[in-house]
Write a protein that binds this ligand. Structure first.
Ligand SMILES: NC(=O)c1ccc[n+]([C@@H]2O[C@H](COP(=O)([O-])OP(=O)(O)OC[C@H]3O[C@@H](n4cnc5c(N)ncnc54)[C@H](OP(=O)(O)O)[C@@H]3O)[C@@H](O)[C@H]2O)c1
Length: 271
């Protein structure tokens, strides 16, 4: 499902490990262990990444070792309408339901104590506004997880979300791994990286943090996992942030073509 609802289970951290991966068995578990040792406390998961047991194994291992406590971790999962109903809560949701009805089921999860907070993903500003204006809204979405990087800076949507006190989480912050887009090789990003003595990935991650945007780079490479969290010892100048913003070309990499004819396809309007 292109627009999914996020289940959020503890307090926030601004740099997270994205876990969508078609990695070899065990790779995601190892990535999670490296990440916890490296200081990550936020893990971005989803039912449809089909690796929740691997993520869980890494977390359980580190809890058993005493490296971290469960209450220190911020674990996000996602479900599309087709992933619901949620058998452990007794909720039954028709698959053709409106997203506002689905939201009520998610609110029930909070009431039941199964999740701490709920959010959305890939919502445009009209959808978010509809949700925020929903009569009898019991819980606001805490975040809207959206594709965001210098080629898709999302300034209007970020401004809208932040004005409504909904945080933004940037997915595909490094430009992902396919589709012939090499964001990390962009000459401006490379120049800024050299100026600060940082990698291109670190510049892209820091850029989001300075916009008050949560950022979830994915890696299963231990050295990169550690590199991607070494972003708190420098600050981009305002001019550099402006220059990075100027790279925007509204280039959306995650377009979810399978959903393009869905009535709630979110990318048909400007933002
Ligand atoms: N809500 C949604 O609809 C949605 C959609 C897409 C993604 N997401 C979430 O966002 C997360 C991140 O997005 P993404 O995985 O699409 O893209 P991404 O994080 O922008 O890019 C991941 C790619 O960058 C590489 N990489 C990571 N760190 C690097 C570094 N320091 N130097 C060089 N290369 C590096 C990774 O390689 P290695 O792994 O080989 O190191 C991988 O190929 C996902 O894992 C998922 O949790 C959400």
């Amino acid at each position: 499902m292109y627009s999914c609802r996020s289940f959020v289970s503890a307090a926030g951290h601004c740099t997270s490990l994205g876990t969508s991966s078609w990695a070899a068995p065990g790779e995601v578990t190892e990535a999670v262990k490296v990440a916890i040792d490296g200081g990550y406390r936020h893990f971005d998961c989803a039912y449809f990444y089909h690796n929740e047991s691997e993520v869980g194994a890494g977390i359980q291992c580190k809890i058993r070792e005493g490296a971290v406590r469960r209450e220190d971790l911020f674990i996000v999962s996602k479900a599309g309408e087709k992933d619901l109903p949620l058998d452990h809560s007794g909720l039954a949701i028709p698959s053709d339901t409106d997203f506002l009805d689905t939201w009520e089921a998610m609110e029930d999860l909070v009431i039941a104590g199964l999740v701490k907070a709920i959010g959305v993903s890939n919502f445009n500003h009209e959808q978010l506004e509809r949700l925020l204006n929903k009569p009898n809204l019991r819980f606001k979405p805490v975040t809207n997880q959206i594709e965001c990087h210098p080629y898709l800076t999302q300034e209007k949507l970020i401004s809208f979300c932040q004005s409504r006190d909904v945080s933004v989480t940037a997915y595909r912050p490094l430009g992902g791994s396919s589709q012939g887009v090499h964001l990390m090789d962009d000459p401006m990003i490379q120049t800024i990286a050299q100026k600060y003595g940082k990698s291109a990935a670190q510049i892209l991650i820091r850029f989001q943090i300075q916009r008050n945007v949560i950022v979830i780079p994915k890696s299963t490479t231990p050295a990169r996992i550690l590199e991607n969290i070494q972003v708190f010892d420098f600050e981009l100048s305002e001019q550099d942030v402006e220059d990075i913003l100027s790279l925007n070309r509204n280039l959306r990499l995650a377009t979810f073509p399978i959903a393009v004819n869905h009535k709630d396809y979110p990318f048909s309007i400007e933002y």
